[in-house]
Design a protein around this ligand. Structure first.
Ligand code: IPD
Ligand code: CA
Ligand code: CA
Length: 261
């Protein structure tokens, strides 16, 4: 899996440099609603990532958020790519976004990379090989319960039932005495912040595989737990994420888990 991991790292760095160079310089459109944005950086970064992958693994399938490369999740060798996770932040000049790339073999994520080009942090994980940030091992937090925890969340692009469910969960968590709630705007980094112990848990209803495929492996390889929104483990077939350091997973799921959408 070393070649795939190196390829993912190379692709993420190339795309990250490109995105950083385009900050404040690209045309912004939307995907049909005023709050789901698309920029030239999303599409250009995806091109760079796919080109890098195809150069080394021409026969592999790619599922990229923005491109016509729409392979199914059941392809035996599959790359899942979010070329710019955190587009709303990018558009507003908020320096918190990432490139997320996962390599999936027979339905299981084998390696994943999440690169934050502004902080120059590259999170990576290899199945069975641990999780790292810029090459140094990372570990989830030791928080033993929710009252010692900061929890991340996000809203997807929904202003209906999912939004109300998220707000309700935030209300419950704040009522349970958590130390803080964070909505930073890049799901892949939210997972990596759990993996590195900055957050103790993170939940979001209604994500796509490119938002969490890489981050999910980074969390589990850092000693954490990552499930679908109903608390069951479904890997890339999840419809959202509840993840944590493991110690608080039961309590967190008790507050926020529900039916799968
Ligand atoms: C979004 C971000 C955001 C999350 C949304 C995602 P995008 O991805 O990760 O934090 O709340 O659910 O769709 O559109 O910026 O790639
Ligand atoms: Ca995303
Ligand atoms: Ca994206």
């Amino acid at each position: 899996m070393l070649d795939e991991l190196r390829t993912a790292e190379d692709a993420a760095k190339k795309a990250g440099n490109l995105i950083r160079s385009l900050l404040g310089k690209v045309r912004v459109t939307d995907k049909g609603v005023s709050y789901n944005l698309l920029t030239g950086a999303d599409t250009a970064a995806e091109r760079v990532v796919i080109e890098t992958i195809r150069n080394r693994f021409p026969g592999d399938a790619v599922l990229g958020e923005e491109s016509a490369a729409t392979s199914s999740l059941s392809a035996p060798r599959l790359w899942i790519v979010d070329p710019l996770d955190g587009t709303t932040n990018f558009v507003h000049g908020i320096p918190h976004f990432a490139v997320s790339i996962a390599f999936v073999l027979e339905g299981t994520v084998r390696c994943g990379v999440v690169h934050d080009p502004m902080r120059k942090e590259l999170f990576s994980a290899k199945a069975g090989g641990g999780a790292r940030c810029n090459g140094s091992p990372i570990r989830v937090s030791p928080a033993a319960d929710l009252t010692k925890s900061v929890i991340g969340t996000g809203f997807y692009y929904d202003r209906g039932a999912l939004m109300l469910r998220t707000l309700d969960s935030i209300r419950k968590l704040l009522g349970a005495g958590i130390q803080g709630i964070r909505r930073t705007g890049a799901a892949s980094l939210d997972c990596c912040y759990v993996a590195s112990g900055r957050f103790d848990g993170y939940f979001e209803y209604g994500l796509s595989p490119w938002d969490f495929a890489a981050g999910m492996l980074v969390v589990t390889e850092a000693g954490g737990v990552c499930t679908d929104v109903d608390g069951k483990e479904r890997g890339i077939f999840s419809s959202g994420v509840i993840c944590s350091n493991g110690a608080i997973q039961g309590e967190l799921c008790g507050m926020v888990a529900g039916r799968k959408e």
